[in-house]
Write a protein that binds this ligand. Structure first.
Ligand code: NAD
Ligand code: TYD
Length: 336
């Protein structure tokens, strides 16, 4: 592969992936194609700078003409598709943009990639498409999709469109479904960075319901190495679950973060639960581990330690998001 198109590379996982990929695959040209919604932040890649190997192109995955133009200009031969609306709470407040970006945008990309004869299309999805588990069991690749939030439903729809293109047109695509990620550059509306930011300002930490919901956490760099393995050695038409076998209740994560930051538990504030809040996610990742030889590189303890350190060291990064300044800086590039 010579020219990789990364959609949504200015977001949390996409920017970590761009950074990881440039380091580990010198010589491959990486084009980051991103609309720069509220979640896209060029601060995430500021130190990389554009050179022969890396180019940023501002564009919308819903625009067929723009997508085709970028693929043509950069002779794209593989796509890693991260671009999405990604926050469950926002999808509950307004689902339309999730359908537009996650469903229609994905179909536009599939059509363009087929037209351009792209050799590999990696669709980055989520374990949330499987819905909620009770206390027992794990999601395998053959668990039926049963999405419960508008976000999860829009991602499930996009997965099915990708798999339908594989079946109908022998489109060379793979779907990955990963558990909750954490690590550097995560937008502070998601649990872990939000709790760190609140704790550092001695503001209440809003825990939904009783805090007993369980998520299966994976350090973002380990997600990137898994995607790399799937790109290199995965089989077309397959779904690969990705997860680090690390289930944790929300309240236990919040307490752990408070301990690490030396802040009192009295900051915890139990608030109204999220409507339709999924109780538990847990990933069976034996397929990606057994078939592709992937394994996470860090334990949860190491990953959380590195994450807390990163947020402490990069306070200006998240403060610029909290204040909205990250959008001011690139005003000409963001929509009003
Ligand atoms: P994010 O919200 O941080 O980033 C999304 C990026 O997509 C942003 O840079 C945004 O500007 C861009 N984007 C949005 N709409 C666009 C459009 N129409 N055209 C072009 N770019 C657009 O999301 P994230 O947490 O990095 O997640 C990335 C992907 O990984 C998503 O597809 C998500 O469903 C999936 N995923 C996320 C997690 C997680 O824990 N965060 C877990 C599993 C899977
Ligand atoms: P989140 O980071 O939004 O990811 P997802 O909903 O995609 O799993 O939330 C992770 C868990 O944390 C989820 O169970 C909801 C909970 N949560 C809170 O308790 N308080 C908060 O302020 C947020 C953002 C999430």
């Amino acid at each position: 592969m010579r020219s990789l198109l990364v959609t949504g590379g200015a977001g949390f996982i996409g920017s970590n992936f761009v950074r990881y990929y440039l380091e580990s695959h010198p010589g491959v040209r990486v084009v980051n194609y991103d609309k720069l919604t509220y979640a896209g932040n060029l601060d995430n890649l500021r130190d990389i700078g554009e050179n022969g190997d890396y180019t940023f192109v501002r564009g919308d995955i819903c625009s067929r003409d723009e997508v085709l133009a970028v693929m043509k200009k950069h002779e794209t031969d593989a796509v890693v598709h991260f671009a999405a609306e990604s926050h469950v709470d926002r999808s509950i407040s307004g689902a339309a943009v999730f359908v537009a970006t996650n469903v229609l945008g994905t179909q536009v990309l599939i059509d363009a990639a087929r037209e351009r004869n792209v050799e590999r299309f990696l669709h980055v999805s989520t374990d949330e498409v499987y819905g909620s588990l009770g206390r027992e069991g794990k999601f395998t690749e053959s668990t039926p999709v049963h999405p419960n939030s508008p976000y999860a439903a829009s991602k499930a729809a996009s997965d099915l469109l990708v798999l339908a293109a594989v079946h109908t047109f022998s489109f060379p695509a793979i779907v990955t479904r990963c558990s909750n990620n954490y690590g550097p550059y995560q937008f502070p509306e998601k649990l872990i960075p939000l709790m760190i930011a609140c704790a550092m300002d001695d503001r209440p930490l809003p825990v939904y319901g009783e805090g007993i919901n369980v998520r299966d956490w994976l350090y973002v760099r380990d997600h990137c190495t898994a995607l790399d393995a799937v790109m290199e050695r995965g089989r077309n038409g397959e779904v690969y679950n990705i997860g680090g076998n690390n289930e944790c209740r929300n309240i236990d994560i919040v307490r752990l973060l408070l301990r690490k930051l030396r802040k009192p538990e009295s900051l915890i504030s139990y608030v109204k639960d999220r409507p339709g809040h999924d109780l538990r996610y847990a990933i069976d990742a034996s397929k990606v581990m057994g078939e592709l030889g992937w394994a996470p590189g860090v334990t949860f303890e190491q990953g959380i330690e590195q994450t807390v350190e990163w947020y402490l060291k990069h306070e200006p990064w998240w403060r610029r998001i909290m204040s909205g300044a990250y959008r001011e800086y690139y005003k000409d590039m963001y929509e009003t």
